[in-house]
Unconditional design. Structure first.
Length: 367
């Protein structure tokens, strides 16, 4: 009897908590609502897929053609939310497997806040790409786990590289997400640091090479859109920017130089077998700005921090909770607030959709 209680407490209870927390947080997401981009997908799937191709998001199109065929907005939440639960549980098991200092409590809360935060919802709000985005997350998590496994190094680099590359082909910001995950793993899985350096980092570089090669080859057949450059890239527009934007770009440039300098120092100290934990923590926190550094954009849309924010935010909370000090209750409150805020954003989006529907009906009635 006592063994059954321990089994439930250690194995089953954390999984139930993760499942319930994620499902409750995204409960409003089940409602069949959609924004303007998703309405375009509903009206003309071909037009939307052509748009993805013009942005170099080939993975999005491949998943549609292989698995989805015809878009149905109503069933998206019933696929996405179970996948999110699965991703949370997978994270829980990964931490318990590789982090010797982890606890069921800390690993459970990490998994919950990794999934249940406003930046994840900001990306999933676009339901027409939500399934693909979550598949991309699984590619990253599987690649991380494969990199840490005991398989042959060449197999791990090729396998993880292909998984990472496919996530890039779904959404380019996964490149920043994986960079943050590498730093998090390097900090937490201390006995795996050499393996991370020999496998995970090369896999990330191989994935980047595969993406750029695919992008280049496809350029002979596809006319790429300038949307990304016009919307986010600021380095090539410095003369056209206002004074405040120029100051912002200057700040980002200085931040990027300082970050690169700190990264070089950390690598040199690691090779010299010196203490690097504080430097790694600073690099992990600073990695949330990698998109800003790449594009020179101080205030991009929140969804571009997808994955990166989850890694940094949940990582800091996890490290605090793992220490087991009195601050863990404060961190628990922060996690509950993150869940509530995410829930409220989803609920407000539903109300906004209902108001739009009423306005549309009134316009049609009196037109």
């Amino acid at each position: 009897m006592e063994e059954n209680k321990n089994l439930f407490k250690r194995k089953i209870f954390p999984l139930l908590i993760i499942t319930c927390a994620i499902t409750l947080t995204y409960f409003p997401y089940f409602k069949n609502t959609f924004g303007i981009d998703t309405s375009t997908m509903i009206k003309s799937q071909g037009q939307m897929l052509s748009g993805y191709l013009s942005q170099g998001r080939f993975g999005m199109v491949w998943i549609f053609e292989l698995l989805i065929h015809r878009y149905n907005n109503q069933i998206v939440p019933f696929i996405v939310i179970p996948l999110l639960v699965g991703a949370g549980i997978y994270l829980y098991f990964t931490l318990n497997k590789y982090d010797k200092e982890s606890s069921d409590f800390a690993a459970s809360l990490f998994a919950i806040v990794f999934i249940c935060n406003p930046v994840v919802y900001a990306q999933l709000y676009f339901k027409m790409q939500a399934i693909q985005i979550v598949i991309g997350v699984f590619c990253v998590l599987l690649g991380i786990n494969l990199s840490l496994s005991r398989l042959r190094t060449s197999v791990k680099i090729i396998g993880s590289g292909l998984l990472f590359a496919f996530s890039f082909l779904i959404y380019q910001v996964f490149v920043f997400f994986i960079f943050s995950m590498i730093l998090f793993c390097f900090y937490v899985f201390r006995d795996k640091r050499q393996q991370i350096l020999q496998v995970m980092v090369p896999s990330w570089l191989v994935a980047s090479l595969i993406y750029f090669l695919s992008y280049f080859l496809a350029s002979f057949m596809i006319h790429y859109s300038s949307y990304g450059n016009e919307t986010y890239m600021m380095w090539n527009k410095l003369p056209e920017l206002g004074n405040l934007q120029k100051i912002g770009a200057l700040f980002i440039a200085l931040f990027a130089l300082a970050y690169l300098f700190l990264l070089i120092i950390t690598i040199r100290r690691f090779r010299a077998k010196k203490e690097i934990n504080v430097l790694l923590l600073i690099l992990l926190i600073g990695s949330i700005m990698t998109f800003n550094m790449a594009f020179g954009n101080l205030r991009p849309a929140p969804r571009v921090y997808f994955g990166t924010f989850s890694t940094v935010f949940s990582g800091i909370l996890y490290l605090g909770i793992r220490k087991g000090n009195g601050l863990k209750y404060l961190f628990l409150l922060i996690i509950l607030f993150s869940m509530f805020f995410t829930f409220s954003l989803s609920h407000k989006a539903n109300l906004s959709y209902e108001n739009d529907q009423i306005l549309t009906e009134n316009v049609m009635k009196y037109a």
